[in-house]
Write a protein that binds this ligand. Sequence first.
Ligand code: MYR
Length: 185
Amino acid sequence: MPAVPPRSGEAIFASAERVNAELFTLTYGAIVRQLITDLEEVDEVNKQLDQMGYNIGVRLIDEFLAKSNVTRCVDFKETAEVIAKVGFKMFLGVSATVTNWDAEGTTCSFVLEDNPLVDFVELPDTCQGLHYCNVLNGVIRGALEMVSMKTEVTWIRDMLRGDDTYELQVKLLKQIPEEYPYKDD
Ligand code: MYR
């Protein structure tokens, strides 16, 4: 008889998933720490994280569209719901709530139900201006640009800065109409 009973396949997968998530969180933390050391200015770190996210976002959209089977959204409201419920879940493992729409339907906020990026994170006083999760701004901006939407993405609330939740505002600046690829004769 083994001293420890073997775990079921499901339990092994669940624990592998948790280890992967922790590894991802710790790796992201190590990247942020390195950027702080290299760049010294938190504003520069914020910019760099946003740029990193943008580079990820412009590539990630293909994987998102292939895996999610999401087709064209009718408007920005539907796009926002898709990001909150499908995109966040797929890449971050959590959902977000879409809220705070403006009257024009071009600005809204994502309120994160949880934020795995910040597990184990405590910011020292010297990093108070840091937007630790700024990679997410870039990811959303980059992904949406690939489907013809120019956006501005800004943190409104950030628990690492003492707020009660994580709120990311997305403003649609411009929607470039897609050109019909064939000429009518
Ligand atoms: C369309 O109308 O073409 C569909 C647009 C879907 C855009 C979905 C963008 C996914 C972004 C994922 C963000 C993940 C953040 C962790």
